[in-house]
Design a protein around this ligand. Sequence first.
Ligand code: PLP
Length: 408
Amino acid sequence: MIRINENYLKLQASYLFSTIARRINEYQMQHPDKEIIKLGIGDATRALPKACIEAFHTAVDEMAADATFRGYGPEQGYPFLREKIAENDFYSKKVDISEDEIFISDGAKCDTGNFQEIFATDITIAVPDPVYPVYVDTNVMAGRTGEFKNSRYQKIVYLECTEDNNYLPDLPEKPVDLIYLCFPNNPTGATISKGALVKWVDYAREHKSLILFDAAYEAFIRDESLPHSIYEVDGAKEVAVEFRSFSKTAGFTGTRCAFTVVPKECMAHDASGNQHSLHSLWNRRHSTKFNGVSYPVQRAAEAVYSKEGKEQVTNIISGYMKNADRIRQEMDDLGFSYAGGMNSPYIWINAKMDSWDFFDMLLKNAGVVCTPGAGFGTCGNQYIRLSAFNSFENIEKAMNRIKDSVKK
Ligand code: PLP
């Protein structure tokens, strides 16, 4: 008899985006002439940088001739891309990461979801609340979380991020083994200073824990004092794995390319306390289950680091951040308190009411779609997330409509 992994039955159905879609449809049926502006989903809206498109085309043409055709590539990624990443994202910023510590993949979603596979099922995990749901659900599937009761999984240590702690999680009160951190944060848009990050690295070193640091939004950092990488903290290479993505940086959400950094110093332990290299274990896992990102996509990602590519990426990010500034300005004018939007494309707004009620109000009165914070955890119940991924024109229109509807 074929049997299932019963941990899957513990998963909470994610009603978030399907419920949003249903409510939009209902509204649209009743108001067929009303134009809806979507500031909910965090998906890039601007085209790939020109430099990436050109590199993409050239690489596709190479695949058309026997002499330049490429079949399977290295599972860890082509050296041309790994070298550029090591040089531009780390070495030039005085962070010592070598190219063979970089694993190219088709997304930070897969990597942040898959990494937990190499750990024991009875370790304790800590996740922020609110949180990018992938961290939680993949641990549920692995059987690490216990049952879902009273809106929470019984074995997860939740690190609450609220206005009171500036959306920065406090260190766990009891020892945990695996810690998920994401900065700049989705959904709150909060950032972490180097000093605060030092405390997490010290904690991990003291408790022999590991930090999974999701830096998918590092390209949106404008404040030069903020760390872009956890490896800017001394000692982090022993206790942290970092995830990056070209999705939001360069509009690769539909093209798919990301990378994970696993330093060679990073160790985990077996039941007898012997150390094992995470780099070797991840390399084994990655090359067993993954066959590499396509050659044209890696060439397109490489072009992000060309002179033109860098300028074009900066331009795209500045466009999104101009949108974020406009949203923040409107929230200031309307007297809402919020986090994010300074170094992140997300603005996390204290709605001071149930997040779904606020969602409905915004949809009905303004024709604007937000994401109800409840979808990211119990700490999000009174919050909504607005995303800066849209055209400036739409953001402007949406803000004017929100102003009119909130002032009514
Ligand atoms: N990590 C965070 C925090 C995200 O918000 C997202 C996407 O929204 C991802 C990872 C996924 O990135 P990718 O498109 O590389 O899979």
